[in-house]
Write a protein that binds this ligand. Structure first.
Ligand SMILES: Cc1ncc(COP(=O)(O)O)c(C=O)c1O
Length: 377
């Protein structure tokens, strides 16, 4: 019988001994069964690269596309494999056409990977970006919906926003914002980098037109993998160069990708399915809520993420006092306690972000809280 670690088996992950890993939101660890499958396929590929790469493995990558589509609730033809969220969002931005004076509506909490494509569009086409400010501790979804609604103009073409904010993990009202976009004839584009794999996601239920995510975060897939959903209703409205020859994993316009990584991505969906997406989400949120409660008792720390309830996600962010730079706490947690957390970029706040996933345990949370008491007490 294998010893459990959270919902995983203790030997599923190859962490350094003693490491408490709470940084899946930046880069997730890949489980050994997935790595084993990936290496096996890689060795197979090297026996006759062209025969496998343009044969059995090319076909298998189409199977991965189908699994990816099923995982997020869309048709295979609506699913494109990418190398990361940034690539997906960039393809969307590059694949749309704009006229000078058009407007794009987004928030001030977007990750650079979800934002850069729109900055490019703004520079290239003379498009204006309108920005909805969301304070780190603003938790009222209706206020966010109203703020979007107030800023839509007749020239607004696109609403683009994260599913879970990278800054605080706040669960955005995606379905309501997508309905708002549709009511105004705009596209709803979602950056789902922090969502897929950590919480159950169904893109059809969200009602967006397009959704980009990464494999190498919450999905725990090989690094350099990603998914892009483009709703069938779009036709060729989003028409980037990479999809000129179709949406297959290999095409003349996309070229060759990292075949072993994509095949590993396929095994990741099996890994998640064996545990269950709903179970994973419940586990992640339970640990997150345990941390939320424990941090209320830690002096000088202010949790800015939402209290337990429907607006939460497996990400939790706390703010620190000005005399404790978040980079310093991060360095001390790493060097003195072997705990890995995220430094929230300073444009959002002086704080750290914690991710709880399938391999984390109540003891991991207790270890973090004890280390923070030690460092801040
Ligand atoms: C919301 C969001 N979007 C985009 C990205 C970029 O992801 P990737 O490097 O996989 O493209 C991140 C990474 O943290 C993110 O949090």
């Amino acid at each position: 019988m294998r010893t459990p670690r959270g919902l995983a088996a203790a030997d599923d992950f190859g962490f350094a001994p003693g490491l408490t890993y709470l940084q899946t939101g930046s880069l997730g660890p890949t489980p050994k069964p997935v790595i084993d499958l990936m290496f096996a396929r890689w060795q197979e590929l090297e026996r006759n690269p062209a025969a496998y790469g343009y044969g059995e493995h090319e076909l298998a990558m189409e199977g991965v596309r189908a699994k990816a589509a099923a995982f997020i609730g869309c048709a295979t033809e609506e699913l494109v494999l990418t190398s990361c969220t940034t690539e997906g969002i960039n393809w969307i931005a590059q694949g749309l056409t704009f006229a000078p004076g058009d407007r794009i509506l987004t928030t001030d909490q977007e990750h650079p990977g979800g934002r850069v494509g729109w900055d490019w569009v703004a520079r290239r086409y003379g498009v204006t970006l309108d920005i909805v400010p969301i304070a780190p501790d603003a938790h009222d979804p209706q206020a966010i919906i109203d703020a979007f609604a107030q800023r839509i103009t007749p020239r607004t073409r696109v609403l683009v926003f994260s599913h879970l904010l990278t800054s605080t993990g706040y669960r955005m009202p995606v379905a309501a914002l997508s309905a708002l976009a549709r009511a105004h004839g705009c596209l709803s584009i979602v950056d789902g980098a922090q969502a897929v794999g950590g919480i159950a996601v169904n893109v059809k239920a969200l009602g967006c037109h397009a959704y980009a995510t990464s494999g190498h975060k919450w999905l725990l897939a090989p690094k350099g993998t990603g998914l892009l959903y483009l709703s069938a209703e779009l036709g060729r409205t989003i028409d980037p160069i990479a999809l000129e020859s179709g949406r297959a994993a290999y095409s003349a316009s996309s070229g060759v990708c990292s075949i072993p990584s994509v095949l590993g991505l396929g095994a990741t969906f099996d890994y998640h399915a064996a545990i269950g997406s709903a179970r994973i989400e419940a586990h992640n949120l339970q640990l997150r809520d345990q941390l939320y409660a424990a941090l209320q008792q830690v002096p000088r720390v202010r949790v800015v993420s939402a209290p337990p309830g429907p607006l939460t996600s497996p990400l939790l962010t706390f703010a620190l006092p000005n005399d404790v730079p978040s980079g310093e706490l991060h360095a001390r947690l790493r060097s003195r306690h072997q705990i890995e957390v995220k430094v929230v970029p300073g444009n959002f706040l002086n704080g750290n972000r914690i991710s709880t996933h399938v391999f984390n345990t109540e003891q991991d949370v207790e270890r973090l809280v004890a280390a923070m008491r030690h460092e801040l007490g």
